[in-house]
Ligand binder design. Sequence first.
Ligand code: SAM
Length: 291
Amino acid sequence: MERYKSIIDDWEGFKQACETHAVNIARRNRVKSSDDFLEKLFKDFDVIEKPSWNENIHRLSNTEEPGKSLLHWRGDYYVQEESAAIPVHAMNPQEGEKILDMCASPGGKTTQIASRIENNGVVIANDKTAKRLQSLTANAYRTGSTCVTTTNYDGRNFPGREDFDRVLVDAPCSGEGDRARRTFEPAEKEERESLSELQKKLIVRGAELLIDDGVLVYSTCTIAPEENEEVVKHALENTELELEGIEIDLPHSSGLEEFEDSKFGEELRKTIRMYPHHFNSGVIYVAKFRK
Ligand SMILES: C[S@@+](CC[C@H](N)C(=O)[O-])C[C@H]1O[C@@H](n2cnc3c(N)ncnc32)[C@H](O)[C@@H]1O
C-alpha cells in the first residue's frame, strides 16, 4: 500500500488497523425488529458500543459470529461493515420516494434503504450478475423488505428516463479495502483503469435516470483515486450533477484534490474517504451529488 502513503493520514495507525479484524456490526432492521430488540441482542451478543451517528448500528465484540443467530435469521438485523452503512446515510432516502440501487447485490444497502423508509416507497434493486441476485432476493425476503423489486440489467443500459428521486451507484471496484480479498495490496494498474471506465459509464447513466433536484450517491470500497475522484470529476464534467457536502459524525479524510499527475480540483474535498484506522471498519469512498 506504499502507493498511498502520501494520502493516508496516520500511516502507522493505518498499517496496524489493516492487520486487525474490523468490528462486527448488527444494523437493526426497523421493519422486522420489535421494541425490545436491544434486550434480545444482548442475550446473544456482547454489544460494545452504539455510535452516535446512527441509532441502528450496534458494534459487537469481535469474537461473535453475528450471522449465526435466530435473530439474524428472522431478519431483525443485517450484518454489515460500519463503513458500508455510510453511503445510504449520505443519500438520506425519504418515505414515498422512488429509489434506484444500481449495483445492489447482495443487498446490504438495499435493505438499509428499505429499513430507513420503513417500506414506504419503491426501491429498484438492480444487479448485472444474475447469480448474485439470488443472495439479494434472499436478503430482501429475510429482512421483510417488501418495497424492493429486483432487476437484472447492466447498469450502463438501465432502461427508462428521468424517473428516480435518488440513485445509489455502489460501484463494482477493485476492493483495495477488502482485508480478506486483497490482504491490502493495491490493485493492478490495468484493473483500476478498466474499472474506472465502467464506473464512469455507470455514474453517467445514474445521472440520466435522476429527476431534477434528485440525489445521487457514488461509493466504492477502494482507495484507488482512479476509481474515486477521477470518476467524480468525470461526472462533474459530463453530467448535470453537482457535489454536495456530507455530514457525518465519524472520523474521516476529505477527497483528494490531486494524486500523482492527476488534478481533480478543490471541489473534490466535499467527498469523503474513510480508512480502517478511523473507526476500525473498512475502506469507503463516498460522493454525494444533486442534479
Ligand atoms: C460493491 S458490489 C455491491 C454491494 C451492494 N451494494 C451491497 O451493499 O450489498 C458491486 C455489484 O455490482 C455488480 N455489477 C458489476 N458490474 C455491473 C454493471 N455493469 N451493472 C450493474 N451491476 C454491476 C456486481 O455484480 C456486484 O454485485
